[in-house]
Design a protein. Structure first.
Length: 408
């Protein structure tokens, strides 16, 4: 298919130019007009134009950077809109290849459109790119087989959006205490290494016996300054050891399991796992994927290895003929309501609807738990940071009062 270079203006009068493949200039003009553009010029690109465009695109660092999850999510939303508007799959893919904001996403959609032209299915073409989650590929495959690609693509985009919002909620809840924790460490280090030595010089010049609290503070500062390097190396060694344990599969399994049991973060993580598994499993089952295959796909979603292992155990149990509700009754991984409602759904034959209800209910529970966690952690952080600073000031003023009393 020939490549054309076009110049056009949008509804606001801004000039736009680009390149697009089309069977003929007339077809390209019609396509551009359908996008609301006023076409000024269309000409067929020669070999030098194509080579220059390819070279300039590859010089862009974004061409080699992998697309982000949100880039895939937005592209799937656009694909669903174009398919719903009546565009063919190939036209939709080529349009996205032209309009994608990230160069790597444009390259992926161009390659996907080329594979479609060569006779491949959309799911098979998407499998060649790691940016597409397995859940999305499974949904697209079912949509191709059942002729419901438009609705399935929208469902896949919605699933990715829900997963992103869930992750964002958790990160937001953890970001504030993490930042303040490191700020408290920084304040403590600054006082021990910067403020207290100056106070020591001043208090020593008074020539008075210091109160026990003040003496303890000065002794602690001396200890840290004399053993600063071993302490620093010990902290670095501990962090490196923790990273090595996390990268070791049994170690990561243990740490992930431990995080699910630590109060109050464990409840947040269990709620998050319940929402993720219930929503994804319900979406896959509603789309026509078998329970065993749906469990195999959902097993890849959780970042927590302990939760993923419980889903794998559930899949193995279902293959042996067990009900799904029984292996999901794991209090360390999921909320208790999940297994109970799944049992009801299995008996009533409405498992997908029940799972959606479970996901919505626990999503509201998660938002409430995040607000409670934020309300709880803020006064704790204030007390800790204020205690550190207050201890230093009280020790200093007690030394001044002791010196003033001795002088009288």
């Amino acid at each position: 298919m020939p490549l054309f270079v076009f110049t056009a203006r949008d509804t606001s009068g801004r000039s736009q130019s680009g390149r697009q493949e089309a069977p003929s200039p007339q077809v390209l003009v019609s396509t551009l007009r359908a996008r609301g553009l006023l076409v000024l010029e269309v000409r067929q690109a020669d070999a030098s134009d194509a080579e220059t465009a390819t070279l300039l695109e590859r010089l862009n660092p974004g061409y080699w950077l992998p697309p982000r999850s949100i880039d895939v999510e937005i592209s799937l939303q656009q694909l669903g809109v174009m398919l719903r508007s009546g565009l063919t799959l190939l036209e939709s893919l080529k349009t996205m290849a032209e309009q994608a904001s990230r160069p790597s996403m444009r390259r992926i959609w161009r390659q996907t459109a080329l594979r479609i032209q060569q006779g491949s299915g959309l799911a098979d073409a998407m499998m060649e790119h790691r940016c597409f989650p397995h859940l999305v590929i499974q949904l697209v495959r079912v949509g191709e087989q059942t002729g419901t690609l438009e609705s399935v693509v929208n469902r896949a985009a919605g699933t990715m959006e829900r997963r992103r919002l869930l992750r964002t909620s958790l990160l937001t809840a953890l970001m504030y205490p993490t930042i303040v924790f490191f700020a408290a460490i920084g304040v403590s280090v600054f006082m021990v290494l910067g403020v207290i030595p100056k106070l020591k010089t001043f208090l020593s010049s008074l020539g008075r016996r210091l109160p026990p609290m003040t003496q303890f503070l000065l002794d602690f500062s001396d200890f840290v300054q004399q053993n600063g390097l071993p302490i620093f190396l010990g902290i670095v060694g501990f962090i490196v050891a923790l990273i090595c344990v996390y990268l070791w599969p049994p170690g990561r399994y243990f740490l992930d399991h431990l995080m699910l049991r630590v109060w109050p973060l464990g409840r947040l993580f269990r709620l998050s796992a319940t929402v993720l598994v219930a929503h994804a499993l319900g979406t896959l089952i509603r789309s026509g994927i078998t329970l065993v295959e749906a469990l195999r796909t959902v097993e890849e979603l959780p970042a927590n290895r302990y939760v993923a292992a419980q889903i794998a155990n559930a899949r193995a149990a279902v293959l042996r003929g067990s009900r799904l509700a029984d292996p999901l009754d794991v209090r360390d991984a999921f909320m208790p309501m999940l297994s109970r409602m799944v049992a009801v759904g299995e008996q009533a034959g409405t498992l997908d609807d029940i799972l959606d209800e479970v996901a919505r209910f626990h999503e509201m529970q998660l938002q409430g738990a995040i607000r409670q966690f934020s309300a709880l952690i803020e006064p704790v952080i204030i007390i800790v940071v204020g205690g550190i600073v207050g201890f230093v000031y009280i020790s200093f003023f007690m030394a001044l009062f002791a010196a003033a009393g001795g002088a009288r």
